[in-house]
Design a binder for this molecule. Structure first.
Ligand SMILES: *Cc1c(COP(=O)(O)O)cnc(C)c1O
Length: 486
């Protein structure tokens, strides 16, 4: 009994030293964010660092100060610096300082958001209520915070499949389907839908990709004829996915037209609003989303244009009972006493609305960030990004040797360097090299895509720290690297 190992815990061996280190970490963290613009937007991970990150787990303790020093040396400099004002790759948020502190507090309390009778689920409920109102969904709609858009879309598609295929698909499975179950979306739909539909047992062919118009939005005539042909062939169409801001070009499908079509055809109307739906907060684009509020379900991301630190997404389902019926399952070890007190009482069990049982307190960083800034400020940040995209578009149009490769949707600009006299293959190669050089320069970090065989640089401006001058710098750097600058 006198063996100190009997009293061993995972608490700090020396609380004073840990406290000192914790203060230093918070100071350094704020310094990191405040001074990100002074460092490269990206830098490659050196070989030596890669090797060190392959070492085996230690069997014995290491001093936390040494662990933190190692983090500063080999991890911090070589990550994705989403906080940088010229980080415009894929489509990410830039994070918020207070949101990061929210993560710290959530991990400190460490509650389990599967549910129960404590304050944390009330916070998640409140946050979902705020989002539901933003989206114009009815009071009694249900919702769940998710890891991101992929899980939000997966959750909604599961409800659609279980609900709208004409039989009890949750219990009987896809093998009892009266015909192949099919979902419809444009060719520009995000890849997470294909993964979701494959995981739901419908197979890759269960996702019917419909052609787009010149503006990269879903072609409604093509949709109608494909659904009709599929019905003819004995398939069971049950859902259309409309995208509010496509990943390639930020295109927004015609929400009202798709809602009308779904209504007349008895199809579930799901909106993938991972990128754009939160832009209902932005005055200069709000109208583009008209009709989205008619959806049966919406998936959206809070870690993209709302800048909540990763991960944070949300799914809303208009009919809460359908959502519950898709995921509720209460084994005896999770049995709850109605409302007669205790930690398991109450009805706030988020585990009844998704795949996860144990869930993190991601609602706290959202709650703190929205309270700190207010929704209107988030809207202004988005509206400015849209203006910046238009500004960058003008710069490109007015610059010899550069050309836009797609219409600008929301805050996404696709363009390429084209000095003239080269064919598509040569231009694709040239632009690939140019992008890598640009990223390696550390000046800016856009990404790329290929549109109709044309490789292009893609600038996704979901960044609350970007200034208009940052786009002037981008253009001059592209020209310099392209060899055109004087
Ligand atoms: C990013 C994105 C997703 C996937 O969301 P994650 O948060 O990355 O899981 C889905 N749809 C669209 C349109 C997206 O842009």
């Amino acid at each position: 009994m006198n063996d100190p190992k009997h009293h061993e815990t995972l608490d700090p061996e020396n609380w004073d030293e840990m406290r000192q280190l914790a203060h230093r970490i918070v100071d350094d963290a704020l310094d990191y964010i405040q001074s990100t613009a002074e460092r490269p937007a990206w830098q490659a991970v050196p070989k030596e660092v890669i090797e060190r990150l392959e070492s085996p787990a230690p069997g014995e303790p290491t001093d936390p100060v040494a662990v933190y020093e190692e983090y500063r040396e080999i991890i911090q400099p070589y990550t994705m610096h989403t906080a940088h004002p010229r980080f415009w790759a894929w489509y990410m948020g830039s994070g918020t300082v207070f949101g990061a502190l929210g993560e710290l507090l959530a991990a400190t309390l460490n509650p389990n958001l599967g549910g129960g009778n404590h304050a944390a689920p009330l916070v998640e409920k409140q946050v979902i209520g705020w989002i539901r109102k933003m989206m114009g969904f009815p009071e009694n709609a249900s919702g769940l915070l998710t890891s991101g858009g992929s899980m939000a879309n997966f959750t909604a598609l599961t409800v659609a499949r279980n609900t709208n295929c004409g039989y009890d698909a949750r219990r009987e499975g896809v093998r009892s389907a009266p015909g192949p179950l099919t979902v419809y979306a444009s060719t520009e739909v995000h890849s997470c839908h294909q993964k979701a539909i494959e995981t739901l047992g419908l197979g890759t062919a269960g996702l019917r990709k419909i052609a787009v118009s010149d503006d990269y939005t879903l072609d409604l005539e093509a949709l109608a004829s494909r659904v009709a042909a599929d019905r003819e062939a004995g398939m069971i169409p049950f859902c259309v996915v409309a995208t509010a801001g496509t990943i390639n070009t930020g295109a927004i499908d015609d929400m009202n037209a798709i809602a009308d079509f779904c209504q007349s055809e008895g199809l579930w109307f799901h909106v993938d609003g991972a990128i754009g739906s939160v832009a209902v907060l932005a005055d200069n684009v709000r109208d583009l989303f008209a009709g989205m509020e008619r959806a049966d379900s919406i998936a959206l991301d809070l870690h993209k244009w709302m800048h909540i630190p990763f991960e944070a997404g949300c799914v809303l389902v208009r009919d809460a009972s359908l959502h519950y019926d898709s995921f509720a399952l209460v084994p005896e070890y999770l049995h709850r006493e109605a409302d007669d007190g205790g930690m398991a009482s109450g009805s706030l069990w988020f585990s009844d609305y998704g795949l996860q049982l144990t869930r993190q307190f991601r609602a706290l960083k959202v709650w703190m960030s929205i309270k700190e800034h207010g929704l209107a400020r988030f809207g202004r940040m988005m509206a400015r990004n849209v203006e910046q995209a238009r500004y960058l578009g003008k710069l490109i149009e007015n610059t010899d040797g550069l050309e836009l490769t797609a219409p600008i949707g929301l805050d996404i600009v696709c363009f390429r360097y084209n000095p003239g006299g080269l064919d598509t293959e040569e231009l694709n190669r040239l632009n690939k090299v140019l992008l890598v050089r640009l990223q390696e320069s550390g000046v800016a970090a856009p990404s790329y895509t290929t549109l109709n065989g044309v490789y292009c640089l893609r600038v996704a401006i979901s960044n609350h720290r970007s200034r208009f001058e940052d786009f002037d710098l981008l253009i001059s750097e592209v020209l310099r690297i392209g060899g055109l600058s004087k």
